[in-house]
Each structure stands twice: as structure tokens, then as C-alpha cells.
Design a protein around this ligand. Structure first.
Ligand code: UT7
Length: 320
């Protein structure tokens, strides 16, 4: 049995912040942001939080899948910006939608989180442990950005995406996922200090810090190789793939990946223009947009590929 996506949903915060809005509060411009990244605007939470966005996305995905919350056996939320250390965002989703029969936990693999979570659900379903799952990617990145660092804060947004997954003969065909912890410093945010009385001189918490150029070159070299590896595993070529759902970090990264793989940009839908980089939420939000636009038909071959903090990266090939 494989994990097959049978429903999707998403939620973006009501407050839209354009590049011009940002230019009013920091030294930046619409021209710089658009030309370097392709981002025009992003949604930032005012009243929402990670769990509340997840709950809205989950309800929509369950409706799309025509499933009741009580039927769900596993909930995974991919996030690095859960509202609390505990309870997890996944447990809050469980309570919020009434998925009383599910086990729920969060998974932190930064921007690769949704792909890793999907692959985790596949492992549980393939082994027969669970028959279905609700997999989400959600971030309130605005909470952990350094709003004095124009080089990073303009890039990110807030949002949540969800997918309902069910055991099926078709679905996930192949995947790979990797980490390189030795390069963790390239994209990092240090959490709260240890207040244990025996610890002295613990590191101060920091907002997200990123070496943009390092991440950029890591992405443009790693993503095409990862996609090619997964296609090789399935004895397929890029021509066999109908849609490439690539992590939405920068339009120039997507263009470079498409060029290296010799694929048409028409096969690489974009949401970063109106969302910015949503980290773990970027792929599921894009998936829901593509699904709702009717761009996917049963039997289509879809690639999902993410990369980011950790460093982490992963690719999944599935049949829609
Ligand atoms: O999810 C994965 C996480 N992140 C990524 O994938 C990010 C990958 N990296 C990138 O997308 C790009 O490296 C950035 C968009 C972050 C930066 O683009 P860049 O072309 O590498 O620009 P840069 O960092 O070399 O900065 C060029 C100039 C600098 O000024 P000087 O030193 O040339 O005078 C920056 O200070 O642009 C300046 N700059 C800005 N100017 C206006 C940096 N941020 C801004 C800004 N507005 N927001």
C-alpha cells in the first residue's frame, strides 16, 4: 500500500503586506525585492497563529477528501514555529478538529518539513501501521524573523497547508531525504536559554539568521540532483512528470533548477509572488492552490522537492 493524497486545504492570514508596505518601515524597495526574489507580497498573522491556521487548512482538506476528523489515525505538523514548546501544533490540531482517534506530533525539518512528513506518513502506511494521515506544513515565521535584518525578513511569510492521505495501490512512488547538520549555521535561529541553575553562559536566543548566498548555491546544486535521483529510482525521466512543486524560496532558484533539469517553467507553478517563502508550508499551500485550480488530474505524476535549514533536503514522486 502507498500513501495517496485525496484532499488538500490551506489558510493564509488575512493581513496582506506588500513590498511597498515594507519600504515604509525599512530601507528596502519593491524593485529590489521583486527583482531579487520574485516576491510581491506576503500574508502575516495579526490574529491568527500556527495552530489556528492549521485547523482551518485541516478542515478544508478533510472536506475536500470527504472524510470525518474521527477517521484520521495520524496527524503530523511540519513546523519550526509551533506556538508552544508543548503542546505540539499537531495536538492542538487534533483537539481543534476533533480527531479523537489520531496520534499527533510535530516534525521539524525546516523548509523540507512537509516532504519529510509526507515520507513519514508513507512509511507508516506502507508498513500497515496506519491507513490514513493528515499531514500539514505551517509556519508563523513573522514571529521569529529579525525585523531589523532587511536581507531576511522581507523574504518570508506566514501560512498553513494540509493534505489528507489514504492507503491506496497508487500514490507515493519514490522518495529521498537527506540532512547535513554540519552546515546548520547557514540558516539558524537559537531557541530560549537554558535556565537550569547549573548552566552558565548559555547562548542568547537569536532570531533567524541566514547566509543567503550559501543557501542559494546549496539549493541550485542540490535540488536538481535530488529530483534526478528520485526519478532514477522510479525508472522515469523529467519528461514523465506533469507538475514540479518546488519549495518557494526565490524565483531565481526555481528558474535555475528548471534550466538545469531542462524542464519548462510552465510545469513549475509559483505561489511565492503572493506568499513569500513559507518554509514548511510552502509546498502544501502551493499544492492546494494547484489542486483548487484544477491543474491536477488523476494519474498525473507530481514531484515535490524541498530544501532548507538543518541543512535538509528531500524529494517525493507521486501519482495524483
Ligand atoms: O527556504 C530556504 C531559505 N532561504 C533561501 O532560499 C534564500 C536563498 N538566497 C537568496 O534568495 C538570495 O541570496 C537573497 C534574496 C537572500 C539575497 O540576494 P542576493 O542577490 O544574494 O543579494 P545580496 O545578499 O548579495 O545583497 C545585495 C545587496 C547588498 O547591498 P551591497 O552590499 O551590495 O551594497 C545588500 O545589503 O542588496 C542589499 N540588500 C537589500 N537592499 C534592499 C539586502 N537586502 C535588501 C533589501 N532591500 N531587502
Amino acid at each position: 500500500m502507498n500513501a495517496r493524497i485525496i484532499g488538500t486545504g490551506s489558510y493564509l492570514p488575512k493581513r496582506v503586506v506588500t513590498n511597498d508596505d515594507l519600504a515604509k518601515i525599512m530601507d528596502t524597495s519593491d524593485e529590489w525585492i521583486q527583482s531579487r526574489t520574485g516576491i510581491k507580497e506576503r500574508h502575516l498573522v495579526v490574529e491568527e497563529n500556527t495552530a489556528s491556521m492549521c485547523i482551518e487548512a485541516a478542515k478544508e482538506a478533510l472536506k475536500d477528501a470527504d472524510m470525518a476528523a474521527e477517521e484520521i489515525e495520524l496527524i503530523i505538523v511540519a513546523t519550526l514555529s509551533a506556538d508552544h514548546v508543548t503542546p505540539s501544533a499537531a495536538c492542538e490540531v487534533q483537539a481543534g478538529i476533533g480527531a479523537v482517534n489520531a496520534v499527533a506530533f510535530d516534525l521539524n525539518a525546516a523548509c523540507s518539513g512537509f516532504v519529510f512528513s509526507l515520507n513519514t506518513a508513507q512509511a507508516f502506511i506502507q508498513s500497515g501501521i496506519y491507513k490514513n494521515a493528515l499531514v500539514l506544513g505551517a509556519e508563523t515565521l513573522s514571529r521569529i524573523m529579525d525585523w531589523n535584518d532587511r536581507g531576511t525578513c522581507v523574504l518570508f511569510g506566514d501560512g498553513a497547508g494540509a493534505a489528507v492521505i489514504k492507503a491506496d495501490d497508487e500514490g507515493i512512488m519514490a522518495f529521498e531525504q537527506y540532512s547535513d547538520g554540519a552546515k546548520g549555521h547557514v540558516l539558524a535561529g537559537i531557541n530560549r536559554k537554558n535556565n537550569n541553575p547549573y548552566v552558565k553562559n548559555d547562548t542568547d536566543p537569536t532570531y533567524v539568521q541566514m547566509d543567503g548566498k550559501e543557501v542559494y548555491s546549496f539549493a541550485v546544486s542540490t535540488v536538481p540532483k535530488s529530483i534526478q535521483n528520485v526519478l532514477d529510482k522510479a525508472n522515469m525521466t523529467v519528461e514523465d512528470v506533469d507538475v514540479f512543486l518546488l519549495h518557494q524560496a526565490n524565483i531565481r532558484i526555481i528558474q535555475s533548477v528548471a534550466k538545469r533539469l531542462k524542464i519548462s517553467l510552465d510545469k513549475c507553478p509559483i505561489s511565492l509572488d503572493h506568499c513569500g517563502n513559507l518554509s514548511a508550508a510552502s509546498i502544501p499551500v502551493l499544492l492546494d492552490e494547484v489542486n483548487k485550480k484544477g491543474m491536477l488530474k488523476r494519474g498525473d505524476k507530481v514531484i515535490l522537492s524541498g530544501f532548507g535549514g538543518g541543512l535538509t533536503w528531500g524529494t517525493t514522486l507521486l501519482t495524483w
